[in-house]
Design a protein around this ligand. Structure first.
Ligand code: BES
Ligand code: ZN
Ligand code: ZN
Length: 455
C-alpha cells in the first residue's frame, strides 16, 4: 500500500495531496499561498480543499496535527475519499510521523472478507520525505499492520477460525527471526495433566491447541516475560448456557490471544531487545455429550482441584493451565490478557481496560507505557476477601464466587492462585474494550504490550 517517492514538485503531482496545517513549514506556506487560504479559514479537524485549477492536483487535504497527536480519528475524512493519496511527510512534525503511519495503516482496515460487494478502500499511499525518517515510518506501519491482524482475528467468526486455524496462524510468525513456535495437541496436554484447560474443551468437536511462541531478542540475560492470551475461540457458556442476547459477539472471546499475537509480531519484527514468550490455550466452550457440567471437579496441571460452579467461567480454567505452562517454561514475569468477565464491563464500560497485579511496581511501568500508547487502563483490587469467595466445600477452590459482586476481582483472585512464588504478574481484563458489535475488534493493548518491550 505504501510507496516512497524521492522528490516532490508542487507543479507535477496530480494525486490528492495530504499536508498539515503547520504553516511554519515552507511547503505548507506555499500551498496555502497558491490556494489563497489562511489558517483562520480552516475548520477544526481535517479540511478537504478543492484546488479549482490553482494547483495541478484536484484536492488538498489539510490535516490538523494536534488531532494526530491526540490520536483521535483525524484521518477519517481522508479515508472516505477512497483514492490514491500523496502524503507530504516533511510537513509533519517528527514526533507525529509514527502516529501518522500507524493511523494510515489502521484506518485503512476493513473487515471485508465476507462481503460479496467490496467496500472500496484506499489502495495506494505515496509519500515523499527528504528527511531520514525511514525507521519511524517503518515502525508506524509495523504497529498498524499488527493491530489490523489482531482485529482480523477477533472479527473472524468461529466457523472460519477454530483452535486449529489459530494455531496455523501462530505458526506463520515462526518465519520471523529469533521466533520459535510450538503447538501441542490434546494428547500432549493430557500428558501435562492440563485438566482445567482440557475440561473446557470436553464439549467440543475440535481438539484443543496449546500455542507456545518463544522470541529471544536478548541473549545476555535469562529474563522471560510471558504474554498469555485467553484463547476461547467461542464461548457459548457451556451448560451454564448464555442467553440469546448474551451469546452473540462471543467470537471475541479469543481477543486476548489475538492481542498477544499482535504484540509479539511487533516485538519480533522490530527486534526489541527482550525475551518474550506467548502462551495461548485455545479451545471453544460449548455443550456436547462429554461436556463438563456444574459440580464437576477438575484437576489443574499444578494439582489444584477446582469445583465447577459455572461452566461459563471457563476463561480462568484455560488460563490457569496456561499460567502454569508459562512458569514451567521459565517465565520470570507474566502478563495475561483476557476477555474475562462481564463484571469488568459493568465497572469500567468501554473506556478502560481493567488491570490487576501482585506487584505494584510492575503495573506502574506498564501503566506509563499505556499512557504513551493512549490506551487506558484502570487498576482494580485483588484482596484476601476476593480469594475467600473462592473457597469450596468439595475441592481446593471453586471457579466462581458465591455472590455476583465484584466479579472481575474474584476472577483475578482465581488467576492469582496459579501464580507461583510471587512471579510479578499483571492481569488485563479487556472484556469491555476489545470488541464492539458495530465496529468489531479494536486491537486494544497491542500497542501498549509491544511498546513495553521497546528498550
Ligand atoms: N467470555 C465471558 C466474559 C465476557 C463478557 C467477554 C462480555 C466479553 C464480553 C466469560 O467467559 C464469562 O462468561 N464470564 C462470566 C463469569 C461468571 C459466570 C462468573 C461473566 O462475566 O458473567
Ligand atoms: Zn464464559
Ligand atoms: Zn469466556
Amino acid at each position: 500500500m505504501f510507496h516512497k517517492q524521492k522528490t516532490f514538485d508542487l507543479n507535477k503531482e496530480t494525486k490528492t495531496c495530504v499536508i498539515t496545517n503547520n504553516t511554519e513549514n515552507s511547503l505548507v506556506k506555499e500551498v496555502f499561498k497558491q490556494l489563497d487560504i489562511q489558517s483562520e479559514d480552516l475548520e477544526k479537524g481535517t479540511n478537504v480543499i478543492y484546488t479549482l485549477g490553482k494547483l495541478p492536483m484536484k484536492k488538498v487535504v489539510i490535516v490538523d496535527e494536534d488531532k494526530l497527536i491526540e490520536n483521535t480519528n483525524g484521518m477519517d475524512k481522508i479515508f472516505k475519499l477512497k483514492e490514491d493519496l500523496l502524503i507530504l511527510v516533511d510537513t509533519f512534525k517528527e514526533n507525529i510521523i509514527f502516529n501518522l503511519f500507524e493511523t494510515l495503516t489502521t484506518a485503512s482496515y476493513r473487515f471485508i472478507k465476507f462481503k460479496s460487494k467490496d467496500d472500496e478502500a484506499i489502495e495506494n499511499v505515496y509519500y515523499t520525505t527528504e528527511r531520514q525518517l525511514d525507521d519511524t515510518i517503518h515502525e508506524g506501519i509495523v504497529y498498524g499492520e499488527a493491530v489490523n491482524h489482531t482485529k482480523q482475528l477477533v472479527n473472524t467468526p468461529y466457523n472460519y477460525l477454530n483452535a486449529f486455524k489459530l494455531a496455523d496462524y501462530a505458526q506463520t510468525l515462526g518465519d520471523l527471526e529469533h521466533v520459535d513456535v510450538k503447538v501441542y495437541g490434546k494428547a500432549e496436554c493430557e500428558a501435562m495433566n492440563m485438566g482445567a484447560f482440557l475440561g473446557v474443551n470436553k464439549g467440543s468437536k475440535d481438539e484443543p491447541q496449546l500455542i507456545h511462541i518463544q522470541y529471544r531478542g536478548n541473549s545476555h540475560n535469562q529474563d522471560i516475560t510471558a504474554l498469555i492470551g485467553k484463547g476461547v475461540m467461542y464461548d457459548t457458556g457451556g451448560y451454564s448456557l448464555k442467553t440469546t442476547t448474551g451469546m452473540p459477539s462471543m467470537k471475541c472471546d479469543m481477543a486476548g490471544a489475538a492481542t498477544v499475537l499482535g504484540a509479539i509480531e511487533v516485538i519480533a519484527r522490530l527486534k526489541y531487545p527482550h525475551n518474550v514468550d506467548v502462551v495461548i490455550a485455545a479451545t471453544d466452550n460449548r455443550i456436547g455429550d462429554d461436556a463438563i457440567v456444574p459440580d464437576d471437579i477438575l484437576t489443574a496441571a499444578n494439582g489444584t482441584t477446582i469445583e465447577i460452579i459455572s461452566t461459563d467461567a471457563e476463561g480462568r480454567l484455560t488460563l490457569a493451565d496456561a499460567l502454569w505452562f508459562a512458569q514451567k517454561e521459565g517465565a520470570t514475569k507474566m502478563i495475561d490478557v483476557a476477555t474475562l468477565t462481564g463484571a469488568v464491563v459493568g465497572a469500567l464500560g468501554k473506556e478502560y481496560t481493567g488491570a490487576f497485579t501482585n506487584n505494584q511496581a510492575f503495573l506502574d511501568t506498564l501503566k506509563q507505557t499505556s499512557e504513551q500508547a493512549k490506551e487506558k487502563i484502570w487498576q482494580l483490587p485483588i484482596t484476601q476477601g476476593y480469594h475467600d469467595e473462592l473457597k469450596s466445600f468439595s475441592a481446593d477452590i471453586k471457579n466462581s464466587g458465591g455472590s455476583r459482586l465484584a466479579g472481575a476481582s474474584v476472577a483475578a483472585a482465581f488467576l492469582e492462585k496459579f501464580v507461583e512464588n510471587d512471579v510479578p504478574w499483571i492481569h488485563l481484563d479487556i472484556a469491555g474494550t476489545a470488541f464492539e458489535s458495530k465496529t468489531g475488534g479494536s486491537g486494544v493493548m497491542v500497542k501498549t504490550l509491544a511498546q513495553f518491550f521497546k528498550a
